[in-house]
Structure formats: C-alpha cells, structure tokens
Ligand binder design. Structure first.
Ligand SMILES: [Zn+2]
Ligand SMILES: [Zn+2]
Length: 152
C-alpha cells in the first residue's frame, strides 16, 4: 500500500488514522508470511514531514537457527518513524527522507518486520541441530558421527 501524502490533506499538526491489510510486503529472504500483515497507525503532519506511529501483526514461518526446520510464530511489531518530505536534511540517523510524494507502507512494514523478528528462533529450546559432518538433522536421526554426544 502506498499513501499519497498530498491527497491525505493533513495540515501541519493534524493526524490521521489508517488501517492496512497486506498479503505481501516484498522480499523477506527466508521468512514466509503465513497470514496477511494487519496493522494500524497514525500519521501526523509534523511540518517538515510525517511521523508514523502504530504497529502491525502477522504470523511468520522461518527456519530454525540450528536445524533449519520450519518454525512458526506470531509476530507483533511497533512502528514509530519520522519521514521528512523531499529536500529536507535529516539530523538524526533514524529519520528518513521520502524520495517522492508518497509513503510506501509495505516498505515500512518490511523493514520493521526484519528488525523486529527474532533471527535466532529455535524449533525447540533443546534443538540438537545438524551434524557438522553429514548434515543430518539430529532431532530426527542419529547419524554415525555422534559429535553431538561427544560435545556434551
Ligand atoms: Zn531446530
Ligand atoms: Zn553425521
């Protein structure tokens, strides 16, 4: 979803509330969306730009950090970002400049999702991972190398 900022007719100091439901938010690498992303935020015209605050939730599938089996989890992410309109110079690192008159909500969601997700999700706290010799998933099979036993 893209918001055409001029069409919102938000005067300086005014805020608007928006809801969105997105089936896809672009390339997420090895993360898969199991549900559309559902979110709500307020957009405030702060003079030099817009502040977007709110949050979104979805359900994701990603590979276990040890054994690569799929791990499903619910994800809830809060968003609070400021976007300056074209031509402004940001004086802080976490401030972005819009390169057009629109705000791409899918981009905002994708970036915040990638920052908010636990990249070291495990299928199970006791996940035994993959054998470093043959790659067997040690949760499901006992291979001949027995390295996981020796390490203990
Ligand atoms: Zn695992
Ligand atoms: Zn092995």
């Amino acid at each position: 979803m893209k918001l055409e900022l001029k069409k919102l007719n938000l005067e300086e100091g005014e805020t608007g509330t928006f809801e969105f439901l997105e089936d896809t938010v672009g390339e997420l690498g090895d993360i898969q969306l199991l549900q559309p992303v559902q979110g709500e935020f307020t957009l405030a015209n702060v003079g030099l730009g817009y502040r977007m605050a709110g949050g979104f939730r979805t359900r994701v599938r990603q590979p276990c950090a040890r054994c690569l089996d799929p791990v499903d989890s619910d994800l809830e992410v809060e968003v609070d970002e400021t976007y300056l309109t074209e031509g402004q110079e940001p004086d802080q690192e976490d401030i972005f400049v819009l390169d057009s008159g629109s705000l791409d909500v899918s981009d905002v969601v994708r970036q915040n999702l990638l920052m908010g997700i636990d990249r070291f999700a495990l299928c199970n706290e006791d996940c035994r991972g993959l054998c470093i010799v043959c790659g067997a998933n040690l949760n499901h099979t006992a291979c001949a190398h027995g390295l996981s036993e020796k390490e203990k």
